[in-house]
Design a protein around this ligand. Structure first.
Ligand SMILES: CC(C)(COP(=O)(O)OP(=O)(O)OC[C@H]1O[C@@H](n2cnc3c(N)ncnc32)[C@H](O)[C@@H]1OP(=O)(O)O)[C@@H](O)C(=O)NCCC(=O)NCCS
Length: 239
C-alpha cells in the first residue's frame, strides 16, 4: 500500500505502530508501543499560525510542509491508542495508556493524564487539564479553563460552559474534583466546583457548586441524596 503519511523530520517516534495515512507535525514525541491509527493528525498548528498560509505556501505548494514548520509538536506517551480521525493540536501532552475514540478533537495546551479515555466525537477545546484514569464518554464538549480531576466519569454528551454572558470577554473555569460522576447530557454552567466524589444526575443543569459526596439532580440541580446512599443503591442494582 502506498504510504501517504506526513511524518515530520523533527518528530521523535518510538513506536512502529504508525498508520500509513496519518500526519505528524513539528517536534512531536510519540512513546513506545503507541498506536497511531489512520487519518490521525498530531501537532496541528493553532489557528493564528495559519494566517499567512496563502503567501507562504505559494512556492512550495505543500500544505503539510507549512504546518510542519509552524508546529511546536505534541507529546504522546507510551502505549496510547489514538483512533481514526482524531486531531491533536500542538502543545498538547498525553500521558501513558491514553485512548481516544474516533473523531476526537483535542486542541492546544491540553494535558491528559495517564490511563484516561476520551470517547468518540468529544471536543476538548484547548487549555483543559484532565487527570489520571478519567473516563470521558462520547460527544463531550470541554472548553478552555475546565479542570477535570483523577478518576472522573463523564457520561455521554456532557456540556461545560465557560462564558456566563456570551459573548463576554471573561471566560471562567470549572473544577471537577477527583472521583466525581456526571450523568449523560448534564449542563455545567461557568465557574462551578463539582465536589469530590459527587454525582450529577442525567440531564441536570448545574448552576451552583456541588458539595463533596453530594448527589444533585434536576434543573437547577439540587441535592437529593449523598454519595453513600448512591453507592448503596448502585450495589443493590448490580446484584
Ligand atoms: C441520579 C440517579 C442515580 C437517581 O437514581 P434513583 O435514586 O434510583 O432515582 P429514582 O429512579 O428512584 O427516581 C427518584 C425520582 O427522581 C426522578 N429522577 C430520577 N432521575 C432523574 C434525573 N436524572 N433528572 C430528574 N429527575 C430524575 C424520578 O423521576 C423520580 O421522581 P418521582 O419521585 O417524582 O417519581 C439516576 O436517575 C441518574 O441520573 N443516573 C445517571 C444515568 C447516566 O447518566 N448514566 C450515564 C452513562 S449511560
Amino acid at each position: 500500500m502506498k504510504d501517504s503519511s506526513f511524518i515530520s523530520k523533527t518528530a521523535k517516534i518510538s513506536t512502529p505502530f504508525i498508520s500509513s495515512v496519518c500526519y505528524i507535525y513539528g517536534p512531536t514525541m510519540i512513546g513506545n508501543e503507541s498506536i497511531i491509527d489512520s487519518s490521525v493528525i498530531i501537532g496541528y498548528p493553532i489557528r493564528s499560525k495559519s494566517k499567512d498560509i496563502m503567501t507562504k505556501t505559494q512556492n512550495s505548494n505543500k500544505l503539510e510542509v507549512f504546518f510542519d514548520e509552524k508546529s511546536s509538536g505534541s507529546i504522546i506517551g507510551n502505549r496510547n491508542h489514538i483512533r481514526p480521525f482524531t486531531t491533536i493540536y500542538e502543545s498538547t501532552e498525553l500521558g501513558d495508556h491514553v485512548e481516544t475514540g474516533t473523531n476526537v478533537v483535542i486542541r492546544e495546551n491540553t494535558k491528559i493524564g495517564s490511563g484516561s479515555i476520551i470517547g468518540s466525537g468529544t471536543i476538548i477545546d484547548g487549555g483543559v487539564i484532565i487527570g489520571r484514569n478519567a473516563r470521558i464518554q462520547s460527544n463531550n464538549f470541554i472548553p478552555p479553563k475546565i479542570n477535570i480531576g483523577n478518576d472522573v466519569f463523564l457520561g455521554p454528551g456532557v456540556r461545560f460552559a465557560n462564558d456566563l454572558y456570551p459573548e463576554s470577554s471573561r471566560l471562567i473555569g470549572t473544577d471537577v474534583k477527583n472521583g466525581a460522576v456526571i450523568g449523560i447530557a448534564a449542563v455545567i454552567l461557568p465557574g462551578i466546583i463539582i465536589g469530590e466524589n459527587s454525582v450529577v444526575a442525567a440531564g441536570s443543569i448545574v448552576t451552583k457548586n456541588v458539595h463533596d459526596d453530594a448527589v444533585v439532580m434536576g434543573a437547577p440541580a439540587k441535592q437529593v441524596m449523598t454519595r453513600i446512599e448512591y453507592d448503596r443503591k448502585k450495589a443493590e442494582f448490580e446484584k
